[in-house]
Design a binder for this molecule. Structure first.
Ligand code: DOR
Ligand code: ZN
Length: 434
């Protein structure tokens, strides 16, 4: 690990969860050591944080780091830098790499690269099925018991379509104490689909992607999870109807959690007029009515958390005609700002609510004991310091990722991450990794 010796850090005059009077926070030996009116000792590093909001470090349940195999799009190192700059202290790296993380060797490799980089805790996600082929279950137990301690399994990018395999995966997940995260897409309903099924897709000549492709799989999986007595996590909810399904399933007591991406909170298929594949994503951008409902559901808790689905793509892949371009957009460095814009500035969430959806709930869902912890003395110092009033302009070329496929190019967004601390050590400060 590249982590150096820990020094004392004094965060001066920050507002915890954006609430109450500003206080000083002393961080030492990896934990929050003191909160109050404090004076820095000699050798203490001081972070002037007047007016800034201190939050628990963010946890991303859905990141594509592309290593191994597509280091021309992202690496564990560059993705970790993007995460640290975005306020994250833990990320879950999806299994759709090349080779696929369907075994302990690949999972341990990703985990080790994360440790070596040392900017964020990188938790590899294990594939549910061998090669993401949807035919045979991967060695979930071996991955769970490996040094990487895999605690989340997903074929993300693809749906586990076979109900029997999904049922077995859910049953094993209970026995192993892990969680299965489903990319809900009935691929029979999305053959050739290019954009949300609606007026715009019709006008542009794209085959429509119906919300029912998502809703139907989520409904089925909730039923399977309930019968298996298992916990299910639903990736990137995009549609109003899926919120209804989740509301119904939760009402029955199903142990289901769900994430929404920043882009599905903000962007709609109105952007498709330009045919710019930067807006192509799976599931697709939908309508104003959907973004409104997703925001409300996130505020209400029907949707549990925000996950980025950070999906870097090399320029030679992404910059093609719409139909040939791969789906996906960058997300780690812009998530806090998009959440500030869509949820905080609209009055739907206060900063305590932001801590819940970006940190506490994802940590609970994945079972991370040392993340998403309260901001109190003795707790691990995994922290994000946010200037809630500042704004910045997004430029893909300036982001830390290898790829630059941000849909927010040139947009001015509120909320700037000033610093991130991982176990008491600064990992990013003023837009630079440390
Ligand atoms: O847009 C997406 N990109 N959705 C996925 O499910 C996969 C991801 C990727 O790997 O690029
Ligand atoms: Zn997905």
């Amino acid at each position: 690990m590249t982590q150096g010796p820990t020094t004392d850090i004094l965060i001066r005059q920050a507002r915890l969860y954006g609430e109450g009077d500003p206080v000083d926070v002393r961080v030492a030996d990896g934990v929050i050591a003191e909160i109050g009116t404090l004076t820095p000792g000699s050798g203490t590093e001081v972070l002037e944080a007047a007016g800034q909001v201190l939050l628990p470090g963010f946890v991303d349940l859905h990141t594509h780091l592309r290593e191994p195999g597509r280091e021309d799009a992202e690496t564990v190192e560059t993705g970790s830098a993007a995460a640290a700059l975005g306020g994250y202290t833990a990320v879950f790296a999806m299994a759709n790499t090349d080779p696929v993380a369907d075994n302990a060797v690949v999972a341990e490799h990703v985990w080790r690269r994360g440790r070596e980089t040392g900017l964020v805790d990188v938790h590899p996600v294990g594939a549910v099925t061998v090669g993401l082929a949807g035919e045979r279950l991967a060695e979930m137990g071996t991955m769970a018991r490996s040094a990487a301690g895999v605690r989340m399994f997903s074929d993300d990018g693809r749906c586990v379509a076979d109900p029997l395999l999904m049922r077995r995966a859910l049953e094993y997940s209970t026995a192993l104490g892990v969680v299965v995260a489903q990319h809900a897409e009935d691929s029979r309903l999305t053959v050739g689909a290019q954009a949300h099924e609606g007026e715009r897709a019709a006008r542009l000549g794209y085959t429509g992607w119906p919300p029912s492709a998502e809703e139907s799989v989520v409904a089925r999986d909730c039923v399977l999870a309930r019968h298996a007595g298992a916990r299910l996590h639903v990736c990137h909810v995009s549609a109003t109807g899926t919120v209804d399904v989740l509301d119904w399933a939760k009402g029955l007591g199903t142990a289901v959690s769900a994430e929404v991406t920043p882009h599905h909170l903000l962007l709609t298929d109105e952007r498709l007029n330009t045919h710019d594949p930067v807006n192509k994503v799976n599931p697709p951008l939908r309508t104003d009515a959907d973004t409104t409902r997703l925001r409300q559901a996130l505020a209400d808790g029907v949707l549990d958390c925000v996950a980025t689905d950070h999906a870097p793509h090399a320029v030679q892949d992404k910059d093609r005609e719409w139909a040939a371009a791969p789906p996906g957009m960058l997300g780690l460095q812009t998530a806090l700002s998009v959440v500030t814009h869509t949820m905080v500035r609209t009055g739907l969430l206060d900063w305590r609510g932001v801590a819940r959806v970006l940190s506490e709930r994802p940590a609970e869902i994945a079972g991370l004991p040392d993340q998403g912890r309260p901001l109190s003395v003795g707790e691990p110092a995994n922290l994000a310091l946010v200037d809630s009033e500042a704004e910045w302009t997004v430029h893909g070329a300036e982001l830390a990722s290898v790829a630059a496929n941000t849909p927010y190019e040139g947009m001015r967004l509120p909320g700037v991450v000033r610093a991130t601390l991982l176990r008491g050590r600064l990992t990013s400060c003023e837009g630079k990794t440390v």
